[in-house]
Each structure stands twice: as structure tokens, then as C-alpha cells.
Design a protein around this ligand. Sequence first.
Ligand code: PLP
Length: 454
Amino acid sequence: KHPFIEYGLRTQESKKQMKEAENHLPGGVTANIKYFAPYPVVMEKGKGAWIKDVDGHWYVDYLMGYGSLALGHGDETVKEAIFQQLKKDGTLLFGTPHRLELEFAMKIQDYFPSIEKVRYTNSGTEATQLAIRLAQVFTGKKRIAKCEGHYHGGYKEMLYSINPSLEEAGEEAAPYPVPESAGVEVDGQEPVILPFNHIEGMEKLLNKYKDQLAAVVIEPVQAGFIPADQEYMNRLRQLTQKYNVVLIYDEVKTGFRSSLGGAQNVYQIEPDLTTLGKVIGGGFPFGVVGGKSEIMDLTSPIRGADVFEAGSKGKGTARDILFHSGTYNGHPTILAAGLATMNKLDQQFDQILRYTDELRNGIEGIGKRVGLPLKTCGIGSIFNVIWNEETNLRHYRDLQKTNTKLRRELDFELMRAGVYTKPLNRYSISAAHGEDELTFTLKAYEKACRNLKG
Ligand code: PLP
């Protein structure tokens, strides 16, 4: 049977629940990325490396909460840290400064030497938004540059050229800014789109827009699995410094995944600002902006004046400070979960890298044996499976040339065989993936590939 037909037969309850959800949630989902055709699988339980759907099938999970769950589902150490925090503090929320805020900041600084000060947010999206505002105030400039194919969160200013069709995307060296959502326009305020891993193109555009650019925001490893060339990153650092443009590494995906110290540790380059999310929230909504004190301190309410307190000797006005706030910023439960995650991950990261290596080698070996052009691409604990042996994957346009139709069919075959990642999504490995899961996954791969081959 064709994998999609089999999918329909095997996921009747998911189908029913998604149909019902459509009456209450647009498209039946709470985030557009959760959807895939013909309808997504509805899950009801997670345990370690495994996830179970509402029709009763268990899968080895490689989505791992879009890479957030570095220790797997329901890790006992993280759960215990949450219980202990609640027991010790007695509350879910202080709304005041508390000790964990400081401890967490120091922990982040241990892993990221470029980070001198941090602020907490409630998502990766909010973190990149704050980083951009900081850069604009710091430089007194407005425009932002981002790379083609890179994602920095779901908001108007950055929803350009994430997944454009090649017909719309223009020249490789100077990509056209393609809106990725209704309500997003090319109106002269849109970001400048840089070609990833194309040094001359990037140099030309930075030179052209240097007087307008507040920041370059980049995923040092595109989508977590296409690494930048070292030379591209070196040059980007040099030019942003020269042109007074803030260099923001968006390490929401790569933090604690490309390496424990993120991609910046791999490249040995210090950006001005870094954004983090996913893993460091231990499975909860969370984000961090960190970097140079001289930029981060723009948010400091003790900078110049306390304008909010009657009788203060304020030296300035509200407009001298970059206002950043949030009821839930520095949430104690989340910080406890995140700290426990970082502490445990520190001990388990090598094992995760070994698993990733063995799985990647195994998949490529099966591709060769069965006669399917499967290649893996990635760094650290994230990789993706590409359907095209020939492509040396270096940027978004290369990715567009791979065979996503067959890769999607493979994903459905894998679901049938008990391995889950959202179709076309990358693989995120956790500490809960062990020998049993490796053996199971490779067997499933063999089966799925043979079915596809016919
Ligand atoms: N930046 C990058 C590189 C991401 O991968 C993501 C999410 O996938 C975000 C920002 C947005 O983070 P969040 O989904 O927590 O808002």
C-alpha cells in the first residue's frame, strides 16, 4: 500500500480528533508548524525517547519538542527539580527578583563566554525581538539583515525569505525579500536578505546597506543542520565590527546542541548578542538574550534614572532606557527545569553525540545497501536526512534541490515502522536515546527503505 493510504487507515483516531479540533482551532492546530497534510498525528503520551499516539502506536521520537527536550520526555531529574523548587519556594511565581535568576545567569555565562549579561523572555521569538530592539537603540539605525532560509520566530519583521520558491527568490548572490505570511510586505522596511555561505554576495550587501543596518541576525547553523563555512563567519564578524552593525547569533536551536556552548563555541567567534531558547527551558516556554554589557545595559532601569519612583533624583527620562518587561520573565519553575537540564546534559552530551554519529552512519549505510540516495547533514545533536547523494548542502537553495517528495514518503514509511519526526523535519537526539532505540530505529529504516524501493 502507498504510505499515505496506510497512514489514513492506521491513524483513524487522530483523523477524528483533528476533524473535531478544526471546529475550535483554526486548522485544528495551535501553531502552524504543527500541521502537515493530510492531518497531523495526535499524541497522548511521551516517555524517554518514545511518544505514543491516540491510536495506541508508540514511536521513537526524533522531533523531541522541536529540539527542546535534550533529555527526552519526562526526565526524572528535571521533574524532581521542579518539585523541589515548588517545595522550597512555596510558589509558582514571585513577580520579584529571586535567587534562581542570578544562578541561571551565571550558568549561562559558564557555557557562553561572550555573554556578559542576560535578560529572560518567554520564547525564542521574544528573545530575537528584544535582541533586534537592543541593536537598533545601540546603533541608532533601523534596518536588519537576515539570511535566506533562516528562521527567527513568527513575527512580521522577520517573516521573509524563510522558505521561498526559487522562482520568487531572485539572484543567488542578492536574494529578493520574499514575504512568508499574509500581512507582510516589501515596503522598504523589510530586512535585507543575505545569501548564506556566499561571501562576496554578503560583503556587497553589507557594504551597500551599512549606514542603515542595526544588526545582522544569523542562525550560525541554518535550521540547526547546515553549518556556515568558517570563512563566512570570520568575514561576517570582521565586517559587522567595521560597519558598527550588531552581530546577533540566533542560537535558539544550536545552543546546547551544536555543542554545549552553541555554534559560537564551534566557530570560536564571539557575537555581540546571542539568543537562546528551546533546550535551556527544559521543555517550558523560555528565551534568553545575552551579550555585551554595553548593549544589554540599555535595558537597565538604574541607567541614569529611576523615572518611576516619586521623589527620585532622576537624571533622564523613560526614553533613555530600552523598556523590556514581562510578568513571567525569570519564572522560577522554568529556571529550575532549565538548570537541571543543563547540569545533566553536561554529563550526557558525549553519549548523545555518539548516538547521533552511529545513527547517521547507520542511515547512510542502509541507503547504500538498499540503493536509495540518503545523505545526512548536521552538527552536534541535530541532523537531517537529505534525499540526494550528489548535493553538497551549503544553503537554502541546495536544500530546495533535494527530493522532498520522496523524503516525505520515507517519513510516512518510518511512521508506519515506529519512528517519528514531523515529515521533512530534522532529527534531534536526546539523552534518552540509547542502544535499544538505535537498534529499533535502524531496523525501522531498513524496513521503510525496502518498502519504498518496492
Ligand atoms: N530562532 C530560531 C533559530 C528558532 O529555531 C526558533 C524556533 O524554532 C525561534 C527563533 C523561535 O523560538 P520560539 O518558537 O520559542 O518562539
